[in-house]
Ligand binder design. Structure first.
Ligand SMILES: [Zn+2]
Length: 174
């Protein structure tokens, strides 16, 4: 990249290990950011995240009104990004407790969906149904309010991946 050009946000411009400027180089079939000093390619992979389908006895689903961007103020399904050394199921149950105050068991994987994210690049969303839970609804710091919605009351979801997973949920649990 010529000197003086503005760096693109969310692109990898520098080596995370030695700080050298990265160049695009061929790694087999793909071009990837490469550090010549470390002889290392940098792989940009989707970030795994969970999306939670928490149902009550009437098969109403729990939505949270988002308190953070993107789509702050919109009703959406609870969930969040996986941490290192955490299983997908552990991520689902941790995010559930953080965002809703509920303790769940036996999350069931519904399916996966890949999507673009304006601030994370790409996300691999893992949908989990959690029908076995206890506790008192308590909105987490990222959530303004929580409510259960029946199929006909549900707000429109702001994320494509969540809509795709909701269609799977409805096929399995309608
Ligand atoms: Zn380096």
């Amino acid at each position: 990249m010529p000197k003086g050009l503005p760096r693109k946000s969310f692109e990898w411009n520098y080596c995370a290990t030695c700080g050298s400027t990265l160049v695009q180089d061929h790694d087999g079939e793909q071009e990837r950011p490469y550090c010549a000093a470390c002889d290392r390619f940098f792989y940009r992979n989707p970030i795994p995240a969970s999306c939670l389908f928490i149902a009550d006895e009437q098969n109403r689903l729990l939505f949270g009104r988002r308190g953070v961007e993107p789509c702050s103020g919109c009703w959406a399904l609870p969930g969040g990004f996986m941490e290192l050394l955490e299983s997908a199921e552990e991520c689902a149950l941790r995010e559930m407790e953080e965002e809703t105050g509920l303790q769940g068991v036996d999350p069931v994987l519904l399916g996966t969906c890949s999507s673009r994210s304006p601030d994370k690049g790409a996300v691999l969303v893992l949908g989990f149904a959690i029908r076995n839970w206890s506790g008192i609804l308590t909105p987490g710091s990222d959530v303004r309010e929580l409510a259960f919605f029946s199929r006909h009351e549900r707000p429109e979801l702001p994320f494509d991946a969540h809509r795709s997973l909701l269609a799977i949920y409805d096929t399995l649990y309608s």
